[in-house]
Write a new protein. Structure first.
Lengths: 68, 268
């Protein structure tokens, strides 16, 4: 299936979870310093392992950067 | 050597937490993490802000390493949000990522001025306070809005001195004085500081703290400017506590008139 991650399309297996997406992005599944939004709503860390993505989901994977 | 302020236990207290530094440093605009770290140390800041952005493939170290190495408390912001909804979601994402319920709430109206959007700001502040956040809103220098944000339960209010990054100082000290006179929560000047004297003026007026980013990170020598602004904040705070003399149009002699010699050329 195709999902949109941080504005770019990405291929994942059907039913892939948030944790699988993060692994595919070379990010730790513990996700320290990372937060995930799906279709405009937050996905809590405790739900990452159980949250299956759906085709055409819009996912934002954020972290802290320099900012005023 | 202990400063007089330290002897008097002059801590900055936000939401029950004590800080000895009254300079909060924004991390935006630093040329590198190395310079940022040295600037944070030179500033003496105990709180630094960060923003939430998309993860990229860049191999550069994380700003969180700087936060960790300097031992500062991290204060995430909602920079880049134009609506209450976006700001509330961003605050929750920051809480999830950084495990802090403190948030520097920013809701801006447009890119050119970066001025706060007051209606959505108040809306977002109310929602986030209700959700258990310690909310520090970046606000206009409007005494009415400051009061409304305080009434909404914000832990501090952060009026601007001038637009973000403009470095043009405190454009409306009169409004700031009214905000300071009425506020029962810390008033932190946010945005507008261009150099050390601006920070000193803010503190002399009675601000509880000053938040500085660009003036330090975009200075020709950020580490030197961090030290300069730290000293200005300390000097301004001491001057505020010391109580300045009133401004007068005419002179007020500091030497007593009594006992002045009569040096008229008397002729007998």
């Amino acid at each position: 299936m195709t999902v949109v991650v941080n504005g770019e399309t990405r291929e994942l297996r059907d039913g892939a979870t948030v944790v699988e997406l993060l692994r595919a992005m070379d990010l730790s599944a513990e996700g320290r310093g990372i937060a995930v939004a799906r279709n405009g709503g937050i996905v809590l860390r405790s739900d990452w392992v159980n949250t299956a993505l759906a085709p055409d989901d819009h996912v934002e994977v954020l972290h802290a950067v320099q900012g005023g | 050597m202990q400063s007089r302020a330290a002897e008097h236990n002059d801590d900055l207290v936000i939401a029950g937490e004590h800080f000895t530094s009254r300079l909060i440093m924004g991390t935006g605009g630093a040329p590198s993490h190395d310079i940022l770290e040295r600037a944070v140390r030179a500033s003496g800041a105990e709180i630094v802000t960060v923003a939430m952005r998309r993860v990229t493939r860049s191999g550069a170290g994380s700003v969180l390493d700087v936060v960790e190495q300097t031992g500062c408390r991290v204060l995430p912001n909602t920079a880049g949000c134009y609506t209450a909804r976006d700001a509330v979601v961003t605050a929750r994402l920051a809480r999830e990522a950084l495990e802090t319920n403190w948030i520097k709430l920013e809701v801006i109206a447009d890119e050119r001025t970066l001025l706060p959007e007051p209606v959505d700001l108040l809306d977002a502040a109310e929602q986030l306070v209700g959700d258990g956040f310690v909310v520090l809103p970046y606000a206009n220098d409007d005494p009415v809005l400051a009061r409304r944000l305080e009434d909404a339960g914000c832990a501090a209010v952060m009026p601007l001195g001038a637009p973000i990054g403009s470095g043009s100082g405190i454009r409306n000290p009169y409004n700031l004085r009214i905000i300071l006179e009425r506020a029962r929560i810390p008033v932190i000047l946010d945005a507008g500081v261009g150099t050390a004297s601006d920070a000193a003026i803010a503190m002399e007026l009675g601000c509880a703290a000053v938040l500085v980013a660009s003036a330090i990170t975009r200075a020709e020598a950020p580490v030197l400017m961090a030290e300069a602004i730290r000293k200005a904040v300390e000097a301004g705070r001491l001057a505020h506590l010391a109580g300045r003399i009133p401004q007068r149009l005419y002179a007020e002699a500091s030497t007593a008139w009594e006992g002045v010699a009569d040096l008229t050329a008397h002729t007998g």
